[in-house]
Design a protein around this ligand. Structure first.
Ligand SMILES: Cc1cc2nc3c(=O)[nH]c(=O)nc-3n(C[C@H](O)[C@H](O)[C@H](O)COP(=O)(O)OP(=O)(O)OC[C@H]3O[C@@H](n4cnc5c(N)ncnc54)[C@H](O)[C@@H]3O)c2cc1C
Length: 432
């Protein structure tokens, strides 16, 4: 495998989602400048990268990495998303603001050096910004509509066989193919299957109602993003564009049984049943805008949250799992940033391995990455379990107790959260 020669290293990536695309950018960035850029081919299963989905929060660490990879400039140039200075937490029944998780930092400009706040953006717009950046790199090719049927590897390289009979070989394969990863299930660890977490995310986008007073749009109780806790789930309400004329409405809720592992866009009667269920669950809201947003939500999706077990195997000698394929977990507020960190840290380890050119197998770089990454992922996984518990159905007493605990929990975990928002994996010590 070339690590010191003039021949570029050949890297294939399965999956053109957020992990696959940002990992390709990071690998390009961290290949030592004395070597030719890597030849990267991304194979995506769908006919085109899917730009559907809800609105995600890009935390300060996520924005820092997107900036570093050149994608934040593309997002800003298109005016995508809405700056989020804090996620505010409300009790649905009293309307009281209980606490907030802030991204303002010590002087209101954000966290870290240079400071970043957060950006609430649709998954689709985030992906479009990254895709526009990919287009600027000649060494990265994106091929869509490729279904993998087999993966084999030996000491010379990795070969992927596709359904259409084509084959693709490479020095290294990176599986960025999401929770139901074929790279994992056909090659790295077939026994590690996803399981349903017991919670679903039902979401849609609602246009703000017009009124005759003030700004002409119905007032909201949240500045940018509000998390409204009820007895039967948590409802996220958030602006996601500069005009603040549309609100992302997403309910995290306990649903014991679910038929499908993939999210789907509900139509007709299904969409109306989901909306009815949401209205019932979040009934009794002191905040008048809440039922309006649920009633007005369009393009309703139901996203059953699947999860992998903690730990698991991430790599073979030449194949590495990055993002959800390695560690899908229920949402804990930082998932997208974690995926960007994976890609950048992995690319730095691989770049260092190329720089050293010691002739050691590439697994050395894989092992280094894992040793740096496992702890962070394990902690995030434990946090995600806390989130699952807070959206489980509860009685009135349980709700009251929860409403008292949440502010303490946010206060207690604030230093830990801010540490991660500030942490910069582009400069962190590799000891390699
Ligand atoms: C269509 C879609 C909508 C989503 N919507 C939401 C949402 O609303 N809220 C939320 O919290 N999370 C959502 N997610 C999940 C969220 O994007 C991921 O948890 C997170 O971004 C991790 O990114 P990832 O790239 O590791 O995985 P994903 O974002 O899941 O990306 C994996 C990519 O790999 C592709 N792929 C899958 N199998 C193969 C294969 N065999 N060969 C090649 N490519 C393959 C997929 O089509 C996808 O493009 C969504 C994922 C998808 C695919």
């Amino acid at each position: 495998m070339p690590s010191t020669t003039a021949e570029p290293i050949k890297i294939n990536i399965l999956g053109g989602g957020i992990a696959g695309l940002t990992t390709a950018l990071a690998l390009t960035k961290y290949t030592p400048s004395r070597l030719p850029p890597p030849h990267i081919t991304i194979y995506e299963l769908r006919g085109a990268p899917a730009t559907i989905g809800g609105a995600v929060n890009l935390t300060p660490n996520a924005l820092r990495l997107l900036d570093h990879l050149g994608a934040l400039q593309q997002i800003r140039a298109r005016n995508y998303g809405k700056e989020c200075l804090a996620m505010e937490v409300f009790d649905l029944y009293s309307g009281a603001k209980l606490a907030e998780s802030s991204f303002r930092g010590p002087d209101g400009k954000g966290l870290g050096k240079p400071p970043y706040t957060a950006l609430r953006i649709t998954r689709g717009e985030a992906l479009k910004g990254v895709l526009a950046t990919i287009e600027q790199h000649d060494n990265i090719k994106l091929i869509c509509g490729k279904k993998t049927v087999e993966i084999t590897e030996d000491e010379r390289g990795v070969e992927i066989s596709f359904m259409d009979g084509e084959k693709a070989s490479c020095d290294i394969l990176i599986g960025c193919d999401g929770i139901h990863s074929v790279t994992r299930l056909k090659h790295v660890e077939p026994e590690r299957k996803s399981t349903y977490s017991g919670i679903c995310n039902a979401f849609g986008f609602a246009k703000r109602r017009r009124t005759d007073t003030g700004s002409g749009l119905e007032e909201t109780h949240f500045e940018t993003t509000g998390m409204n806790f009820g007895r039967r789930g948590a409802l996220l309400t958030s602006f996601h564009n500069e005009d603040r004329d549309s609100v992302y409405v997403g309910a995290l809720m306990q649903v014991p049984e679910i038929a499908s592992g993939d999210g789907w866009k509900a139509a007709g009667k299904d969409a109306e049943n989901i909306r009815k269920d949401m209205l019932e669950r979040f009934n009794g809201a002191a905040l008048g805008v809440i039922p309006h947003l649920i009633e007005d939500a369009e393009d309703v999706f139901l996203w059953p949250v699947f999860t992998l077990s903690r730990g698991g195997k991430w790599a073979t000698n030449r194949v590495m799992l990055i993002g959800d394929s390695a560690h899908a977990m229920p949402p804990q507020g930082e998932s997208t940033g974690i995926v960007f960190e994976d890609g950048v840290l992995f690319a730095r380890c691989l770049g260092r391995w190329m720089e050293k050119g010691s002739g050691a197998p590439v697994k050395e770089a894989f092992d280094k990455y894992e040793s740096l990454r496992r702890e962070r992922i394990d902690v995030a996984f434990d946090e995600s379990q806390t989130v699952v518990r807070t959206v489980h159905d509860s009685g009135w007493l349980g709700h009251k107790i929860r409403m008292n605990i949440i502010p303490w929990y946010l206060w207690w975990t604030r230093p830990y959260r801010e540490k991660h928002f500030i942490e910069d994996v582009t400069t962190s010590e590799l000891n390699y």
